[in-house]
Design a protein around this ligand. Structure first.
Ligand SMILES: Cc1ncc(C[n+]2csc(CCOP(=O)(O)OP(=O)(O)O)c2C)c(N)n1
Ligand SMILES: [Mg+2]
Length: 396
């Protein structure tokens, strides 16, 4: 991954642009600056784990039971454990690359648990927590990152599409899919995940336009984790991302992306709108990418520790733990059992990755064109000759 050279030297909070008069103007932090409005943030759990009331969204989590709260906590802990294991496996040479979700557990588990089984998810490459909620076996996420398959799960098995690397393109797929299910008369909904960086893509703007005018039952779930590799959000937008929706004619809401309850409530609301024929919604989950962009990235080249430390204090898992403890919804035995379960998951993931069979050497040439292609045939022949040049004829 490349690093934008100036970003490595420029303090990130001083994004500036040239005005038409040629004078340099500084973009005020957080958006709203351009419209003179302070961004609103939906929060139900403070970083200290205190439950705060919210007239609009409380009803979406009012019936939640202590068991369900523990379930959300378990989902986040196991997802983080899986993610840490995958990062370690990449460091040990078992995976070619890994894109960590560290810090984004609440955004993903909250929104993922708001979905119904018959809803359809279009993820990016970082939605390991959503995959968990959909019931995709976590080990299946690792095949592509090990380079042994092109995806590793059947998208229709869990209504969870394959990971998408082409930034923003899945928002168009989601919009088309949503338009399709609306024509079928289904009352299910579609959710498209994308990042703050993706919000600058033309594909995303086009999907906003189409979904709005066709009133498509789609939720656009943007995880604003403050960075697009080395580019800060200030370089993507002069208004808070959620406010962009207004210009397309549908509502946008910014939710505390480190608050699993708020993410659950706001996503439920947005899905309800979609099911009720009210069209698309943009949810901006305001969160933070605690780790590197991927294991190929070194964030110390473009951002300081203070920022990460400030976000660590808002950790999504810690705040729910504080709430569970303060409200006596979980005891020590629960946390201890979960610790054991986490270690078991880590071991299972390690063993599964190491046991993944290598693909056939020639599999890479399949599934490129349905009817074959002269260039692919030529490359296959070249590769065959190369393989044959080894003593064992295998090239291993
Ligand atoms: C169309 C396209 N352009 C560029 C890239 C290279 N690229 C990979 S990830 C990334 C940044 C994406 O940032 P964001 O949307 O904020 O998602 P995040 O990685 O932070 O989750 C870029 C530019 C790509 N994969 N696809
Ligand atoms: Mg981002």
């Amino acid at each position: 991954m490349t690093v934008e050279s100036t970003a490595a030297r420029t303090p990130r909070r001083s994004a500036s642009t040239k005005s038409t008069a040629g004078k340099r103007t500084t973009a005020k932090k957080g958006a709203g600056a351009a419209q003179g409005t302070e961004p609103q943030l939906v929060q139900l759990l403070t970083p200290e784990g205190k439950r705060v009331k919210n007239a609009e969204y409380d009803k979406y989590v009012a019936a939640i039971t202590p068991e369900e709260l523990r379930g959300l906590y378990r989902d986040m802990v196991l997802t983080r454990r899986f993610d840490a294991e995958a990062t370690a496996l990449q460091r040990q040479g078992e995976l070619g690359l890994w894109a960590s979700l560290l810090g984004q557990e609440a955004a993903q588990i909250g929104s993922g648990r708001a979905l119904r089984d018959d809803d359809y998810v279009f993820p990016t490459y970082r939605e390991h927590g959503v995959a968990w909620c959909r019931g995709v076996d976590p080990t299946n996420l690792l095949g592509m990152f090990r380079g042994v398959n092109n995806g590793g799960w059947d998208p229709n098995g869990n209504n969870f599409h394959l990971y998408t690397i082409v930034i923003g393109s899945q928002t168009l797929h989601a919009t088309g899919y949503a338009m399709g299910i609306a024509k079928d008369g289904a009352d299910s909904a579609v959710i498209a995940y994308f990042g703050d960086g993706a919000s600058s893509q033309g594909d995303v703007a086009e999907s906003f336009t189409f979904s709005a005018v066709y009133n498509a039952p789609v939720v656009f779930f943007c995880q604003n984790n403050q960075w697009a590799i080395s580019e800060p959000t200030e370089k993507q937008t002069r208004v808070p991302l959620y406010q962009r929706a207004q210009g397309f004619g549908f509502p946008g809401v910014r939710v505390d992306g480190n608050d699993v309850l708020a993410c659950l409530a706001v996503t439920k609301w947005a899905l309800e709108r979609a099911r009720g024929g009210e069209g698309p919604t943009l949810v901006e989950a305001y969160t933070y990418r605690m780790g590197a962009h991927t294991t190929s990235d070194d964030p110390s080249r473009y951002r300081g520790d203070e920022e990460r430390l400030a976000w660590e204090a808002k950790d999504p898992i810690l705040r729910l733990r504080r709430y569970l403890e303060a409200s006596n919804h979980a005891d020590e035995a629960f946390f201890a059992e979960l610790e054991t379960e986490s270690e078991t998951l880590g071991r299972r993931v390690r063993e599964a990755v190491r046991a993944m069979p290598d693909p056939d050497h020639f599999a890479i040439f399949e599934n490129v064109y349905a009817d074959g292609h002269a260039l692919v045939d030529e490359e296959r022949a070249q590769f065959a000759a190369y393989q044959a040049s080894f003593a064992d004829g295998q090239g291993d």
